[in-house]
Design a protein around this ligand. Sequence first.
Ligand SMILES: [Zn+2]
Length: 458
Amino acid sequence: MTLPRVLLHLPALALAGAMVAAPCFTLAQDEPPAAAPNPAAAQPAAPSASSQAQPAYTLPPEKLAKAIALSRIRNILYIAGSLWGLAVLWLLLALCVAAGLERWAGRVFSRRWLQGLLFFAVFLVILFLANLPLDVIGQHFSRVYGISVQSWGSWLADQGKSLGLSLAIGTPVLLLFNRIVRRWPRRYWLGAWIVTLPLLVLSIFVEPLIEPLFNKYEPLSRHDPALVAKLEEVVVRTGTQIPPDRMYLMKASLKTTGLNAYVSGIGATKRIVVWDTTVGRIPDDEIQFVFGHESGHYVLHHIPKMLAGYAVALFFVYWACAGFADWLARRFGPRWRLPEGSPLASRAGFVVLIFAVSVAGFVLQPASNAFSRHFEHQADVYGQEAIHGLVPDPQKTAIAAFNALGEAWLEDPNPSPFIEFWLYNHPSVKTRANFAAHYDPWANGGHGEFFKSQGRRD
Ligand SMILES: [Zn+2]
């Protein structure tokens, strides 16, 4: 139940452009969609004395132990990965690898743009190799806990494709940003910001075109026409113009046991995708709820709103990062063998800018996640209202869907509030299920927040 994945990576996108964007295209590197990695707070067995405080999301004992252990692993890997990413960039500068690479590229090619392409291509390969061990560990645990069923060969092939995309898209984009810094050494952050905006829209537009490189898609109507008819009921109720030919089934079962559905694309590429692990495993009314949630993202214009929010934020982020990078270059430039004059305009100096933006992405992650959680909560409300009148009990259906989702991904039923605040781009399954259990605006003849009518069938 996610927004386009590329949006969730936006803070990191920033100046580093497609360097970080490209890996988002692979599902393998995504966190479970219901939430970012979970914390490891042990949940005490619910005392039977106060049965009215029964949580809406629970796991059987053997799965609870697994969920807590896996959550701890996911958290450690996630935080270690973020810090390691920053450390790698710092080491490239401090060990003068970046400066050495720039000189080497200068000897290989005489044309400046070819030197740049070579520099950034090698730079991206270094980052890929540096991250690979943590990715391998993540995939290992994903297999151990039965979330991933992907063979190592297939996983490595996905990594290879991911690297290929990163090189094909990231190298020219980095070169473009580097040129902007050269061309406008003082106001480059403004130029970079202006260029980032259309690139963000473009990345959302092309995401559905890139997804088939990693997974097989087929029209949902071919697989399950009865389900399509049920989803059409939701389409009529929500007034979304999502015709059956924009509903796809993704063959996720080749790689994972997790459940998911998501929205993707914009304009002509807009679509809704349901994983084949979801269809047939949870009842159709729960899929209607998931679909209602996804429709909510479209009806409530979450994609343009998130883009607008990020556009405003990135203006200040770029401005601040330019100042930070400038300070770093003055303080460490000679030690990192950056050229004098305008050090940030060099290839190696550009790595300083990427470092500054990566630090900002890390620090601002809680803000970006809070932004995302707000929209996800709205979509939950919308989803529950959308199925009102279509299913006998929207509360029960939503709770059941959240339990199925949480159990499939082994979501911790009791994450620590701090971890939820820092790492979760969705509210925790616990929060979502508890909300669903209490949300009943129709009691006493009321109506929903987004649907003013009762919506009941006569
Ligand atoms: Zn969502």
